[in-house]
Design a protein around this ligand. Structure first.
Ligand code: EPZ
Length: 431
């Protein structure tokens, strides 16, 4: 299994380009199959989850062609099969978007139940409730499949008991060609929700209110081809901003939308960093020692749950004690024990972590428990004295394009290694 080997305590300095948003592209790639014409999607991040969705689309007959490094053409007119059983699809959460897209267009879908990072139970009851409200029958089949079918899809009023990114996107997909109007209430407002709605509207859909908690979707007869560029990834950008903060560096994230990063910038300013916003850039200049503060994760525009582990690493190196409250997922502190190997001091009680800042970390061997916790452990290793290794980086590759390469680009001593021999070579090289 691949690992990252890192020599820490190098202040990161320079500019880093941010890729397209993973949590926008996964819904958009599925939605692209809903036209019987070619859809061109640009700024597609080269991350495992997006590549798995593209492979699954090919497996059901869609034409998928990479025309450039981050551009893909998708033509759903040749889809001949509504059963998505592509092996890897079971490991990712976003397989559920294939249900919404196939149901919305073909009124039928059989898809392996979604997987995803182990950060909590990850139910899909809100998705199912919405599909049923539109008139679909939903069955859980042996072998771990969900089967949905509808004679007709009719617009409905759907209230989400819990704010859900996935269910909001999925019901936009399933209802955009239904008869009549669908109203989604208590909808998620993340930037990627708006991106998926904007994308569908360029295909001829009629979606209003995305980005607010009430989204109105007027069903249309059909969708047509389009060309669309994905928004930059808010979480990748935030991860590099915190990389600057924890290494005492000066990093500018480029090709971003600063407004999407406001909650992260505000916290870094509270912790004593200088944050400078440009039109499409955010620069983070770390002070000598971070100050403690408290974090509570909330749906957008609150502090993003996907930034919680990374921020907890920064708070672990701050002066004083901090409290991190995770209100979205019930099992998102699995990295705390790994941080303790570096010298971190934190105690978890239910959905809250009580963090006591320490003067510094010293290198250790770490294991990535999930995507964002894995990225956070890399940040911790970059801040640590000496050499660290982070194993199971397959999780990190699900959501970060060329993570090690981009970090090297701003001065990090990090390499991907597949053997003790490679690790030894790195140790000799960095001394
Ligand atoms: C999406 O997951 C993202 N994944 C997650 O990012 C992100 O953490 C999450 O949204 C919140 O922003 C993708 O977009 C692929 P939810 P999703 O539905 O859709 C509960 C990452 O690191 N819920 O907004 O699964 C659920 O248990 C990943 O990039 C139900 O109860 O999240 C959770 O407590 C991790 N029933 C809350 O809602 C449902 O039917 C929010 O989940 C669906 C969700």
């Amino acid at each position: 299994m691949s690992s990252y080997i890192i020599k820490g305590k190098v202040p990161l300095r320079g500019k880093v380009h941010i890729s397209g948003a993973k949590n926008a592209v996964l819904g958009i790639l599925a939605a692209a199959t809903m036209a019987d014409e070619t859809v061109t999607v640009e700024n597609v991040p080269d991350v495992n989850d997006a590549n798995v969705v593209l492979e699954a689309l090919s497996a059901i007959g869609a034409k998928v062609k990479h025309t450039a490094a981050h551009t893909v053409d998708i033509d759903g007119s040749t889809i001949s099969n509504y059963t998505v059983d592509y092996e890897s699809i079971r490991r990712i959460r976003a397989s559920y978007y294939l249900i919404g897209a196939l149901l919305g267009k073909y009124k039928e879908a059989k898809v392996a139940l979604p997987g995803g990072c182990d950060i909590g139970s990850r139910p899909i009851d809100l998705h199912i409730k919405g599909f049923k409200a539109l008139g679909a029958d939903v069955e859980l089949l042996p072998g771990g499949f969900i089967y949905v079918k509808a004679e007709k899809l009719t617009g409905a009023n759907i209230f989400f008991d819990t704010v859900s990114v996935g269910a909001t996107i999925n019901l936009m997909l399933a209802s955009c060609m239904a008869e009549g109007e669908t109203i989604l209430e208590n909808a998620a407002k993340e930037p990627h929700i708006v991106d998926v709605a904007n994308f569908l509207n360029t295909m001829g859909a009629n979606i209003k209110g995305a980005g607010t908690d009430i989204i109105r979707i007027k069903g249309v007869e059909k969708l047509h081809g389009t060309s669309y560029s994905i928004i930059p990834d808010q979480i990748e950008a935030g991860t590099f901003m915190i990389a600057a903060a924890v290494t005492g560096g000066d990093v500018t994230v480029c090709d971003v939308i600063p407004k999407h990063l406001e909650s992260i910038s505000a916290k870094l300013i509270e912790m004593g960093c200088i944050v400078e916003e440009g039109d499409e850039t955010v620069r983070v200049i770390a002070n000598d020692r971070l100050k403690a503060t408290n974090i509570k994760t909330l749906p957008y525009p609150g502090f993003p749950t996907d930034m919680q582990p990374q921020m907890a690493v920064a708070l672990s190196l701050a002066t004083g004690s901090s409290i991190v409250t995770e209100s979205v997922f019930e099992n998102r502190f699995r990295y705390i024990d790994e941080l303790a190997r570096l010298g971190g001091k934190a105690k978890v009680d239910g959905g809250t972590a009580y963090i006591e800042g320490v003067d510094g970390f010293s290198g250790a061997k770490l294991i990535a428990p999930d995507l964002r916790a894995g990225a956070a452990l890399v940040l911790a290793a970059l801040a640590a004295e000496g050499i660290s290794e982070v194993e199971d980086i397959v999780y990190i590759k699900r959501g970060y394009e060329d993570f090690a390469g981009k970090l090297r680009g701003i001065g990090a001593l990090i390499e991907e290694v597949n053997s003790e021999r490679d690790a030894q070579k790195f140790r000799l090289k960095v001394g």
